[in-house]
Structures are given as structure tokens and as C-alpha cells.
Design a binder for this molecule. Structure first.
Ligand SMILES: Cc1cc2nc3c(=O)[nH]c(=O)nc-3n(C[C@H](O)[C@H](O)[C@H](O)COP(=O)(O)OP(=O)(O)OC[C@H]3O[C@@H](n4cnc5c(N)ncnc54)[C@H](O)[C@@H]3O)c2cc1C
Length: 306
């Protein structure tokens, strides 16, 4: 119930205004966000790299409503990509298609994406297209495939969500295509006609599709994006036994299970941290609260500490 309510709030415009004006919310959100500027994001990336962790930088934002707004998004990503190279950071970028204008026009979104991918490819920087709600699943996969097969971008990956019924079929097809896939559980409010309502079923589906994808021949590459200890341990065992450390990596979110990230890296597994930054932190932050309502205690603590 709490999860569903928080996910509802994450998409509600009235709630965004209310929460973002509240200083405590901003302070608490900074636990999950590297800061508001490109410089903040690069500083956090350097610190993570120095600890042996890879990074994927996400310029926060989604569902932009004007073409002019997408110009600023593209120029921020281009600057970021340039600075990643200049500073020799071990970092890629993650982006959302609705941040690049998918709700305005598919052509605009594709043009913006191609501009970013071309810059990144020239610098050998990986780009991941995040997966949003099911309103965008089919379109996201279609655009991802167009980028790989039609425009020849070999530096692009996308995300598959284990909570969707369609996932086993999608993963099978993507394994055959040799795609780079980040597998996560899924962070949006979805109806029981499209997604497993029970967490136990999501977890089982995650492990099943992960196992199959890890058995796929190269160049299929799996990014195991979870903080779930049972799944991490199962993955560790499969990867170790099959000696496929070079065809997979663990991924976790900035500020969540940081010591486990370091432990995995010390054990020889590639680990990438998803580092969000920017001013549009509200929906991202609310989804993190929904995943672990216990995080609401941070609010209470920060409120009473004032
Ligand atoms: C690198 C990365 C990229 C992602 N990209 C996408 C995407 O493109 N699209 C999408 O829909 N979702 C994305 N997600 C989010 C994902 O779908 C889940 O919502 C999120 O990862 C929580 O699921 P979990 O696998 O960690 O398992 P859970 O069962 O939710 O959590 C397992 C344990 O992890 C810890 N934990 C999990 N979440 C939190 C939190 N917020 N705060 C504190 N502790 C926590 C807790 O100890 C919890 O018991 C991404 C996640 C990661 C790690």
C-alpha cells in the first residue's frame, strides 16, 4: 500500500511542487543523488573510480514537454561525455527517452539520442537507455534496436525489468541479438495484467532470466542491477563457476549498499554505480522511497534534528 502510494506521488505534479519546496526533502534526497551540477557528478565519479568502482552518470529528468528543453538536456549530456573523456574517468551515461522528448515526437527523440550516441561512440563511452513505465517499453526496445542495427551503435545498451510478464520473451530475443542488457526488478507502478504483483514472483523471474542470459554466447553482456543479497549471491556463484566475469557486471545505485559494492569489486567482479545528478530529483527520489518505505525514517530523523 505504502509503495503504491509513494509511486503514485512520484508521478503527481501537485505533490512534486509541495515536496520539492520542503527543505528537509531536499536534504534527505541528497543521500541518493550526487548533487545538482555536472561538476558534483564528476567529483563523485572520481571518488568512486578511486575506490575501484565504475560509474554510469544519469542527468535527472523525464517527460519534458518542449523541444527547447531537450536542447539543454542534449547539451548537458554532450558536455558530460566530453568531460568524462578529458578527465579519464571510467564512466558511461544513462538516459531516459522521455527526457530526450519521446512524449513530444519520436523523430526528435531519435535525433537527440543519435547526437549523444555519436559523441559517446567517438570516445568509447557506453550509453544505457533506462527503461521507464510500460507506456514506453515497446517503443524503447524498438528505438534501442534501431540504434544498434540501423545506425550501428555498438556502445548502447538498455534495461529490462523482471517484474513484467513479457520479460522472459524479451530476454530470449535480446540474448540472440547479443545485446548489452541491464536487468533490474522494475521501479514503476504497473497493473497486475502486465506485471507480477507479488515480490516473490518478481524475484524468481529475475533469477530465471538472469541464469538464461548468463548462459548466452558473447557478445551478450548482462549488467546485474540489484541490491538483493540472495540474487547477488546466486549471480556471484554462476559467474565464478562459468568464468564469465568479462561478460557481466554488477550495478547498484549511488548511496545504496555502498560497502557491498566495494566488497564485490574487491572480490574481482566489475561493479558499476548508477550516479544521478541534477535539479529534477523528485521522481527518482520518490521511487527510492517506494522501494524501501523504511527510508521515510530519514525524513523523520532529519525533521527532528533541525
Ligand atoms: C543500476 C540500476 C539501474 C536501474 N535502472 C532502472 C531502470 O532503468 N528502470 C527501472 O524501472 N528501474 C531501474 N532500477 C531500479 C530497480 O528496478 C529497483 O526498483 C531497485 O533496484 C530496487 O530493487 P532491488 O533489485 O534492489 O531489490 P529489492 O528487493 O527492492 O531490495 C533488496 C534490498 O536492497 C536494499 N534496497 C533496495 N532499494 C533500496 C532503497 N531505495 N534504499 C535503501 N535500500 C534499498 C534493501 O536492503 C532491500 O532489502 C535500477 C536499479 C539499479 C540498481
Amino acid at each position: 500500500m505504502i509503495r503504491q502510494f509513494l509511486l503514485y506521488l512520484s508521478a503527481a505534479k501537485w505533490a512534486r511542487g509541495l515536496v520539492t519546496r520542503w527543505g528537509v526533502a531536499r536534504t534527505v534526497s541528497m543521500r541518493f543523488i550526487a548533487g545538482e551540477t555536472v561538476e558534483d557528478a564528476l567529483t563523485a565519479s572520481k571518488q568512486l573510480n578511486d575506490q575501484g568502482l565504475l560509474v554510469s552518470l544519469d542527468y535527472l529528468g523525464e517527460s519534458v514537454e518542449s523541444a527547447a528543453d531537450t536542447e539543454q538536456v542534449v547539451s548537458t549530456y554532450r558536455r558530460l561525455i566530453d568531460l568524462i573523456q578529458q578527465r579519464g574517468l571510467k564512466a558511461g551515461v544513462s538516459l531516459k527517452l522521455t527526457h530526450l522528448g519521446l512524449d513530444i515526437s519520436e523523430d526528435l527523440c531519435v535525433l537527440n539520442l543519435r547526437t549523444i550516441l555519436a559523441d559517446a561512440k567517438a570516445r568509447a563511452i557506453p550509453v544505457t537507455i533506462d527503461m521507464e513505465s510500460t507506456a514506453y517499453t515497446e517503443k524503447t526496445l524498438q528505438i534501442f534496436r534501431t540504434m544498434r542495427h540501423e545506425y550501428d551503435f555498438d556502445n548502447v545498451g538498455t534495461v529490462i525489468q523482471a517484474y513484467l510478464f513479457r520479460t522472459a520473451d524479451d530476454m530470449k530475443a535480446l540474448a540472440g541479438e547479443g545485446a548489452t542488457i541491464r536487468l533490474c526488478k522494475g521501479a514503476y507502478l504497473e497493473p497486475p495484467t502486465l506485471a507480477f504483483p507479488e515480490k516473490a514472483d518478481v524475484d524468481k523471474n529475475y533469477v530465471d532470466v538472469m541464469r538464461d542470459y548468463l548462459a548466452a554466447p558473447p557478445p551478450a553482456f548482462l549488467q546485474i542491477a540489484t541490491h538483493d543479497e540472495n540474487i547477488i549471491q546466486t549471480a556471484e556463484e554462476i559467474v565464478r563457476t562459468a568464468h564469465i566475469q568479462n561478460r557481466t557486471e554488477f550495478q547498484m545505485l549511488y548511496g545504496i549498499r555502498s560497502s557491498r559494492q566495494l566488497e564485490l569489486a574487491a572480490a574481482g567482479f566489475p561493479v558499476r554505480v548508477y550516479v544521478p545528478f541534477g535539479e529534477a530529483w523528485y521522481p527518482y527520489f520518490m521511487r527510492r522511497l517506494a522501494e524501501r518505505p523504511a527510508n521515510l525514517w530519514f525524513f523523520a530523523r532529519s525533521f527532528f534534528r533541525r
